[in-house]
Design a protein around this ligand. Structure first.
Ligand SMILES: NC(=O)c1ccc[n+]([C@@H]2O[C@H](COP(=O)([O-])OP(=O)(O)OC[C@H]3O[C@@H](n4cnc5c(N)ncnc54)[C@H](OP(=O)(O)O)[C@@H]3O)[C@@H](O)[C@H]2O)c1
Length: 428
């Protein structure tokens, strides 16, 4: 079992980086340039490592393509920056089982296996830190673990995926989805297969991590069904503007008010594009920025914002975790209970229809909504569209998404519908 040295120890903490890519090389850069005295980079592991060697990395560093050898070395902390569940998960388990500590930015691994890995770390005297796994360089995880540990956080709303925020904030300025996606791919903000980001899976993993820390609820991320941003069109931004809103990918979770005698109310969580008011801070984040708003029972709203991704910002979070480890700073133990997503948000919705016009459409939609006890708030139709492909918008009073889905299932079958209706939560 290795003992994590503290600042008062003479020898600096020996660090091995696994994965010398965007974040891994930025971590090495910070360790090399700013030379935190309590940290020493000793190993870099990567496949085909020869092509990775950089002349600015100190000559004392061992470059290796043998993961087993580095795990068996005298490095005390493994910094896992390869990503994915495997083989990264196997390296992390092996390191923790041998008493080493691990710092990672791997949200997928932490969302699905974080609890098990934390137990493994505790059982073997090591530590697991993952401050970079949510919102990159924004210290939202340390903020919850330390700065907000004294509050009882009741709900959170966040923009947790920079790629979606880049796409949606550019669409707000008039660009089309396909063009912005291409631009995001050219700039390295989006993968060749963007599903993980635009489908909401990346934000869902991050939301599950935040739910464990902030709401103290250990949920299976698979229980949260994300909604993709791909169906949002330019016209939705112009209707949103008329409603005093814009559109952002929002990951949100909260507890319903607890019933008498129960300590915890039922949990609701969702990920998907939503209308946010132009006066909400969530509408102010542009480009690849991230933002998290946490609402505490005692402290009220706290807003975190900044660069949610990128090599250097993410590396700052990783190095901060390393400095904390070297200083002997322990994670604040935040107890969490296994939990199910057992509730839905009751919020107003925006529904955009695309129809072949004929008399009676609004009456049929109204009737279908009324059967589910859903009240219409407003109807808006912009001029200048052809009658054979006419878009219009209905907003409804707060209702459960499941009731709205039942109503929309019937509405979708109307002969006039030429595309499935798009429904978005409206955050108020
Ligand atoms: N980039 C960001 O802005 C950001 C933000 C927050 C969190 N993260 C997280 O940080 C982690 C790293 O992301 P990144 O953007 O730095 O990724 P990246 O640029 O793709 O770097 C990953 C590195 O790991 C190496 N690698 C991957 N699989 C390997 C394997 N099986 N064996 C040996 N080496 C392997 C890759 O080598 P090759 O060059 O051979 O592929 C590459 O050098 C991920 O968990 C990611 O989710 C990234």
């Amino acid at each position: 079992m290795s003992e994590v040295k503290t600042a008062s120890s003479r020898r600096p903490l020996r660090i091995a980086i696994f994965g010398f890519g965007t974040v891994g090389s930025s971590v090495a850069r910070i360790l090399t340039e700013s030379k935190p005295e309590q940290l020493e980079l000793t190993h870099v592991f990567n496949r085909n490592v020869a092509r990775k060697k950089a002349d600015w990395v100190p000559g004392s560093v061992t470059w290796s393509e043998d993961a087993g050898a580095v795990l068996a070395s005298d490095a005390e902390v493994i910094v896992e920056l390869a990503g994915g569940l495997d083989p990264a998960g196997a390296w992390v388990r092996k390191a923790l089982a041998s008493g080493k500590s691990v710092v990672t930015a791997n949200k997928k691994l932490i969302a699905f296996h974080g609890v098990e890995l934390e137990r493994l770390a505790a059982a073997n005297g090591g530590h697991l830190k993952y401050g970079a796994a949510v919102a990159g360089g924004i210290p939202v995880i340390p903020g919850i673990e330390h700065g907000l540990a004294g509050d009882r956080i009741e709900r959170m709303e966040g923009i947790l995926n920079g790629t979606c925020n880049f796409i949606l904030s550019r669409m707000e300025e008039g660009a089309e989805y396909a063009d912005v996606l291409k631009d995001a791919q050219a700039r390295g903000y989006a993968e060749a297969d963007p599903t993980e980001d635009v489908g909401g899976f990346d934000a869902r993993a991050k939301l599950a991590i935040l739910m464990r820390l902030a709401l103290r609820a250990e949920v299976d991320p698979g229980q949260i069904v994300p909604k993709a941003i791909t169906e949002v069109a330019a016209i939705d931004f112009s209707y949103a503007r008329e409603l005093g809103c814009t559109i952002r990918q929002i990951a949100r979770a909260g507890r319903q008010i607890a019933r008498a005698g129960k300590t915890n109310g039922a949990l609701a969580a969702s990920v998907g594009p939503a209308l946010v008011g132009l006066r909400s801070p969530l509408s102010w984040s542009r480009g690849t920025e991230n933002m998290v708003v946490l609402t505490g029972k005692y402290g009220g709203d706290v807003v975190f914002s900044g660069h949610g991704a990128g090599g250097h910002p993410t590396a700052v979070a990783v190095v901060s975790d390393l400095v904390a480890l070297a200083s002997g700073s322990k994670r604040v133990e935040i107890p969490a209970e296994k939990a199910e997503i057992g509730a839905e948000f009751e919020v107003p919705h925006y529904i955009r229809f695309l129809v072949k016009d004929r008399p009676g459409i609004v009456a049929e939609i109204t009737a279908a909504l009324a059967r589910e006890q859903i009240n219409i708030r407003a109807i808006a139709q912009k001029a200048g569209y052809p009658a054979n492909a006419l878009p219009f918008v209905v907003t409804v009073e707060p209702c459960k998404a499941s009731a709205l889905q039942r109503a929309l299932a019937g509405i979708r079958r109307l002969d006039c519908m030429i595309a499935p209706p798009l429904d978005l939560q409206m955050l108020e």
